[in-house]
Design a protein around this ligand. Structure first.
Ligand SMILES: C[S@@+](CC[C@H](N)C(=O)[O-])C[C@H]1O[C@@H](n2cnc3c(N)ncnc32)[C@H](O)[C@@H]1O
Length: 242
């Protein structure tokens, strides 16, 4: 089993923006999310993007006036982010997001960990540790936004094969294998090169965390919950520090 970093760097990162539906589409989706949730800089104006990837959240947040600290393990995705960020105020940090507080200033207004990044952490303990640090860096009234897939209920049999995206030259399929605390995510890519289909495959673990458990942790640390939605098995939790 490869690590998350290896999975992205050696396999997924090159296809990530494409397989997510395309860069512009995801930017637009996140712009709408930010507008619908009435986010704009009201305090220090500092936002931290945990697992920023190619910038689907960092870019619209910076365009709204936040100073964004974008953290990710993937060199490849961060260079995409850099290319797309142009002159926006985005500080790019290539590090483990568990170290994010080392890179954050004293006052942070917003922390986002979106697009299923939370399930990439390897233990429940690390998720608790992360959310505790998020609470300590946030200013009073500052918000945290978590969006992640609820993997607690199992797909069965052939439903575990998920067609992600395809075009004339690439076919991306995901296969999910459920274990007690983790789901093995097999990312299977067929790519056409010189008229031949080449198979590339890699598997990594995602952790099975329930939205309820995550909400309870946030409350235990002192957050007040503003939004708690689950739609198509994707949880969205927004909370603020009181
Ligand atoms: C599913 S992608 C989400 C990216 C982006 N937020 C989005 O909405 O598309 C997960 C991202 O988290 C990064 N990541 C996973 N574990 C990480 C860790 N421990 N530290 C930093 N980045 C991590 C991966 O490299 C990847 O870019």
């Amino acid at each position: 089993m490869v690590t998350v970093k290896e999975h992205y760097e050696n396999h997924l990162a090159k296809y990530y923006s494409w397989m997510s539906g395309g860069f512009s589409k995801k930017l637009e989706e996140n712009r709408k999310f930010i507008k619908d949730h009435d986010l704009w800089p009201r305090g220090s104006g500092v936002a931290v993007d945990l697992g920023a990837g190619s910038g689907f959240q960092s870019i619209p947040l910076a365009a709204l006036g936040y100073y964004v600290i974008a953290i990710d393990l993937s060199h490849h995705l961060l260079s995409e982010l850099k290319k797309n960020a142009k002159d926006l105020s985005i500080e790019i940090i290539n590090d483990d997001l568990l170290n994010f507080s080392k890179h954050a200033p004293d006052r942070v207004e917003l922390v986002v960990c979106m697009g299923d990044t939370l399930t990439h952490l390897n233990t429940h303990q690390n998720i608790r540790k992360l959310l505790r640090s998020v609470y300590s860096v946030l200013e009073i009234g500052g918000q945290v936004i978590l969006t992640f897939r609820d993997l607690t209920s199992e797909l069965k049999g052939l439903d575990r094969f998920i067609p992600v995206r395809n075009d004339a030259n690439t076919i991306f399929t995901c296969f999910l294998e459920y274990e007690k605390d983790y789901v093995k995510v097999h990312d299977i890519i067929y790519e056409k090169k010189h008229n031949q289909w080449e198979l590339k495959k890699s598997v990594f673990n995602k952790i099975r965390i329930s939205p309820q458990w995550t909400r309870e942790i946030l409350q235990e640390f002192g957050f007040k919950i503003d939004t708690y939605d689950i739609y198509n098995s994707v949880a969205c939790i927004i909370a603020h520090k009181v």
